[in-house]
Design a protein around this ligand. Sequence first.
Ligand code: C2E
Ligand code: MG
Ligand code: MG
Length: 567
Amino acid sequence: MITKKNIIRNEALGIQEKTIEEDGIKEFLDIIFETTHDIIVLSDPRGRVVECNKQLEEITGYKDEEIIGTKWINYFDEDFNVEETSISRIVNKFGQEIEIQWKHKLLYYKNGGVKGILSVGQDVTYLNTIEKKLHYMTYYSPLTDMPNRTYFEVQTNRIIQEKKSKEKLILLYIDIDNIKYLNDTFGHFSGNKLLQYVSNVLKGQIKKPNLIAHLGGDEFAILFNDINKLNNILKIIEDTQKLLKQPLLFNENEIFTSASIGVAIYPDHGTDAVTLLKNAETAMYLSKESEKGSYSFYSKSLENKIVQSTWLTNELRKAIKKEEFVPYYQPLIDLSTGGIIGVEVLLRWKHPIRGWISPEEFIPVAESSGLILDIGKWVFEHACKQKQIWNQKGHSNIKMSINLSNKELRKKELLIDIKQMIEKYALDYTDIQVEITETAAIINLDIAVSILQQLKALGIKIALDDFGKGYSSLNYLKSLPIDIIKLDRSFIKSIQDENEKEEIIHTVIQLGHILNSKIVAEGIETKNQLNFLMKNNCDIGQGYLFSKPLPAEEVELLLVSNKAYIR
Ligand code: C2E
Ligand code: MG
Ligand code: MG
């Protein structure tokens, strides 16, 4: 039957009514109209609904007859703009608030007059809730409901970047002195109570535009952003310390606590958040050592740590030549079969005097000095060489996963280097997997997407490392060509003591699967964590429970033994 609304729809799609009737395209369009998961609404030029599909009732509970003829879309969103994608919050027929993301398109007659409006709406309630939870988890401390370290760093850097005048900024690093005593004597509950008390004191004392944060554990930070005179700061520090020194009542016991404070000043003691925090922390240790409950300013004489990193850079420079690096390999376990399906190469450095130095310590130094480019290439080559040996020994099904740092990802020759290595060691591109972090992608999303797409086109799999540690925006998941999501160790650690996070892990796994990604859980240390992850359909596991990172020969023994890690 040819109705007016059908004509609008079909003409909008540029199809003559006659042809539709003739070759059955009409039925095809009807099928799309009725089977899509999106809401489709056709309105006349004045915004009155002419037709809607069944999905509208499914999602909102409203029936056709309640909608047709009304200005339904304007009705919940007075000033909606046809040109823009908009999100509207509506209360569905069952009284729940849902969020719908709309795209509108004006339909025109051949003479240019407006024929109608086609609106396609997607129910994004579910995605937005996860996004909000992830945002909260990434930027807030649930215990004190205060911004966390990540938030503090991001905001501090923003303030520094937006600064126009040469005014100083003052950063305090605060450590609560006797929390350990409190935990040991009265249990964790009392320690947490104290942290909440401290956070309330800080929230009361420090007002915007100054920043406060709960950095983690018993550590807090403040950034003073609107201060002209040092005297004002000293007064605030002293007032805050006085408040924190007041005795508190816990189970009828009087508790005395105090805060040791370290102070770093921008730009004298650092020009970015991480450096300022680090230097204020160093100063805080001086306070703690000299007199608990006091404050100290960072000074040049406290610069041991800086000297350390210069020393480290020099030593790193020599390390490749002196053959001090050793690649270790940590098994990746297929959680459905219990077998090893791959290994991640993790660099180890044995310094002739200091002994083993952790990558957590030297990788950041290598990155900031640019040495990571040489080191990364060295690791890549060794991993390929090892992969060739294992292929020849019949372990060709083991994938080799290699970490790529931010700097490497932006290196022009990255693709050429990788192609050369693959050829040199007669490997298949599918033998290799690279791990990148979100920060690498965030720095320049377009470049990252293009490089990753080229790698992916070759057959190399892409893993997003440390998911949940940094920004964890679902946008990155959606826009990057990711095959694998590695859930950060901090997530896995929280299993069984934070219900809130368990739910997030569950949702992230589900979401990853919707996006066709495999999920790897990092840092599995206990059976409980493993069981939880298996119950939630996590695909792959990595952690001390299965195996620590090991030298190649030891991993080879595991490969030969063909051991099943899960029974
Ligand atoms: P990552 O890529 O997230 O690697 C996982 C880290 O977790 C490794 O630390 C590994 O030893 C550790 N780990 C694995 N299972 C467990 C567990 O059950 N419990 C605990 N507590 N830890 C576990 P590692 O080797 O110290 O490396 C730290 C980071 O340094 C790596 O994190 C990676 O970001 C970086 N890194 C290491 N080697 C390289 C490299 O060759 N190139 C680059 N660019 N970065 C590297
Ligand atoms: Mg990794
Ligand atoms: Mg990781």
